[in-house]
Write a protein that binds this ligand. Structure first.
Ligand code: PBG
Length: 329
């Protein structure tokens, strides 16, 4: 490339020219909106640290879903806030569990057929201790059991599939859970239900606001014995290899913006559909700056989403899904 023969600014001269040579695009169909379903009727409770995001009772969730469908979003990711929690997290696999009830209602509504209903599969919203699995205590020590947790997680996935989930998405990080889920699904006649595995999920400070939204903060300790160390990219690839070997149909990377290099590496190595989750803290952080007038909301939001697409994500789970879709139409 020789200046002055080569002048890269030639292709940036007008909006039309820039549009013609744009390499990365966002579209509403590749955005997934998380919903937090709570008991009750007419409940629409805003989450303090996440402006514009709500705990919704099922009737309100239906209205929200109708808006999402009208905006052309790709799907919803469902989380539940059960009326009661226990040591095992039995609300996660209850036939009349909060997400199971919501799924039945959502799937009954034909106006929502364009949305893929994804059920997050985890125990932390349902356990009294807030961990993502079974806690074994020994005096002052405790650990999160792997295999017994994976068994309960598999049971939860089968229950969510039975209630109508189009995709189940395990977010617990137990070893072997994808295999356990695949077997539980196949055994219960849900061999057509795909698994979207949160294959590389890092122990991240950026989940803070979610734990308020889903009331799922661990009551003691932290999640570092099961979620990944943020320093490890090669280990993230081993997690993905393992999940693919166990039968994952799609991959979800999480968080997104602080881990764009991990998303890029996964895109380069694997051909499975790849999603990224722009998590609660990423949303809250941007909103805090919007509130102070420190960042331009629309531009900063779109730039953040574009960075995730450019890193290689096919689809994005984001609390900005509706706002972005409105701008994209
Ligand atoms: C459940 C789960 C979490 C998130 C998604 N699924 C919380 C956690 O692992 O602590 C975080 C999502 C977000 O921050 O938006 N295990």
């Amino acid at each position: 490339m020789n200046f002055p023969a080569t002048r890269l600014r030639r292709l940036r001269r007008t909006a039309a020219m820039r549009s013609l040579v744009r390499e990365t695009h966002l579209h509403p169909g590749a955005l997934i909106y998380p919903l937090f379903i709570c008991p009750g009727e007419g409940v629409r409770k805003e989450i303090n640290s996440m402006p514009g995001v709500f705990n919704l009772s099922i009737d309100e969730a239906i209205k929200e879903a109708e808006q999402c469908a009208a905006l052309g979003l790709g799907g919803l990711l469902l989380f539940g806030l059960p009326a009661e929690k226990d040591e095992q997290g039995s609300g996660a696999w209850a036939d009349d569990g909060i997400v199971q009830q919501a799924l039945r209602e959502l799937k009954r509504n034909r106006a929502l057929d364009s949305l893929v209903m994804i059920a997050d599969v985890c125990l932390c919203e349902y356990t009294s201790h807030g961990h993502c699995g079974v806690v074994a205590r020994d005096g002052d020590h405790y650990h999160i059991e792997n295999d017994s947790s994976a068994a309960l997680i598999a049971k939860t996935a089968a229950s969510l599939a039975a209630a109508g989930a189009d995709i189940v998405a395990p977010s617990d990080m137990m070893d072997g859970r994808v295999d356990a889920i695949r077997q539980a699904l196949d055994f219960s006649g849900h061999e057509e239900t795909p698994i979207l595995s949160y294959a590389s999920k890092f122990a991240s400070a950026f989940y803070g606001p979610f734990r308020e939204a889903a009331d799922s903060a661990p009551q003691f300790g932290d999640r570092r014995s099961y979620q990944m160390d943020g320093a490890n990219l090669r280990e993230a690839m081993r997690e993905i290899d393992q999940d693919i070997a166990e039968g994952a149909d799609m991959l979800l990377m999480k968080p997104a913006m602080p881990y764009l290099d991990v998303i890029r590496e996964a895109r380069t190595r694997y051909d499975l559909p790849l999603g990224a989750y722009q998590v609660s803290g990423e949303y809250s952080m941007l909103h805090a700056a919007f509130q102070r007038g420190w960042l331009e909301p629309e531009r900063a939001m779109m730039e953040s989403l574009l960075s995730i697409r450019r890193a290689g994500a096919d689809f994005i789970v984001t609390y900005f899904a509706k706002d972005a879709a409105k701008l994209l139409r």
